[in-house]
Design a protein around this ligand. Sequence first.
Ligand code: SF4
Length: 247
Amino acid sequence: MANPNQKISITEIFGPTINGEGDVVGELTVFVRTGGCTYKCVWCDSLHAVLPEFANTWKKHTTEELVEAVEKQSGGNSMNITLSGGNPAIQPFSDFIDVMQKKGYTFTMETQGDILKEWFRKLDTLVVSPKPPSSLMTTDYDVLALVLKSNRNVSIKVVIMNEEDYEYAIELHLRFPLQEFFISVGNPNPPVVSDKLNYGSGEFDRGEIVNHLEYLINKVANDDRWLRRPRIIPQVHTLLWGNKGGV
Ligand code: SF4
């Protein structure tokens, strides 16, 4: 029985759409974007789910309310649900996962790996996305190591903006060489939603992303430090829809 006192902070629910990157790229999913994050990456493309000035737009849901909202979005068809953010790891999702899995839904979660929760083991897929130096965040490798062991289907995904980020990705791979590894090309011009924190021009440039993708493919192909080459993919949703929200 779900605890009615537990409230989950939600920024937006949208879909069905496709998951844009990592191990679940192309999978049809309903996105549940939570409100609040333990990081503040300078190039975050979802600052409306991070900055306190947007907190009054986040809606608190009980488990029952969230079940109802997601079923409305999916048309009652069981499918994948992506928990994203913000940092979904800070929300009390355990009961929600139980209820929806009984109805046939599956769960993917993406988190930066700075917080460990017991309920991570229930997820069908866990994408851990530690943030590289260009984000201006720092990685707690001890917590990250525990998060990587918290589920049987875990992969690492690193967004690359520059050379320093690439070196960070290699270092991560060498620390966790057995882990499935994805490299994603970052968006150098994410949406600008706040004059307090913005990165790039805010003008989406598909060509710049494609060029960087090609550059990374060649770089990885010629770099023998990889014990097992990572998969290199664009953020498909960004390539398709640019800086448009809610897709
Ligand atoms: S961890 Fe993700 S949601 Fe949080 S600030 Fe960084 S990019 Fe944005």
